[in-house]
Design a binder for this molecule. Structure first.
Ligand code: GDP
Length: 207
């Protein structure tokens, strides 16, 4: 997909404040420092569209971008900060889960995972929550350039084995490097194909 235009629409503190849900929406989420801002910038071919790592504990916002005047890219706050209080974490989880459960134009959630690490509980729990709630999601491994290809594939296999302990089917899995701009075209292609499918089947979100 060619990115012809992308513009920042707004930051919202809760799902009710997000732009009217009238266009297909693709959201990105992951632990802080997973490489989410870098990946969004690489996808959109921009340097500073998504701001890199916000300070933990600061107000967390949902950021909407309008792409090619036809779909929303949503930058969700990072989860799993180690240094916030329990109350802050609960509020914050609520912001994310409310958005995911209530946003009716959310077509796909891209869950970002740093490919260098073995499966982390906070990520596995989140993925399982998505599965249990019937959320359409894909897993996007980030920072592929930081490992040799075999090591990256081995880590992905490890993740799959972990998820298959509980699930029969695996979601779509992508391997990306924002640094080397690898795997980004696959993500854009998935979005383009899904948008095409929605259009052909006259699925819109009005009313
Ligand atoms: P965010 O907190 O999830 O938005 O993560 P950032 O995009 O701010 O990235 C966190 C750190 O990882 C930064 O120092 C980035 O430069 C680095 N980073 C992000 N993506 C990549 C990547 O694909 N390859 C490499 N080598 N570093 C990356």
């Amino acid at each position: 997909m060619m990115i012809k235009s992308v513009s920042f629409v707004k930051s919202s503190q809760k799902w009710q404040d997000c732009p009217a849900p009238e266009l297909p929406e693709y959201a990105f989420i992951g632990r802080s420092n997973v490489g989410k801002s870098s990946l969004i910038n690489a996808l959109m071919n921009r340097k500073d569209l998504a701001k890199t790592s916000q300070t933990p504990g600061k107000t967390q916002l949902i950021n909407h971008f309008l792409v090619n005047d036809s779909w929303y890219l949503t930058d969700l706050p990072g989860y799993g900060y180690a240094r916030v209080s329990k109350v802050q974490r609960k509020d914050f989880e609520k912001l994310i889960t409310n958005y995911i459960l209530n946003r009716k134009n959310l077509v796909n959630l891209f869950v970002l995972i740093d490919v260098r690490h073995s499966p982390q509980k906070v990520d596995v729990d989140f993925i399982e929550w998505c599965g249990e709630n019937g959320i359409p999601f894909s897993i996007v491994f980030t920072k592929a350039d930081k490992l040799k290809p075999n090591a990256a594939l081995k880590n992905i296999e490890h993740y799959k084995t972990e998820l298959l302990k509980k699930w029969e089917n695996l979601p779509e899995i992508y391997l990306t490097s924002a640094e080397k701009k690898e795997g980004t075209e696959n993500l854009l292609q998935m979005i383009a194909q899904t948008n095409e499918f929605l259009k052909e089947n006259k699925i819109d979100f009005h009313g």
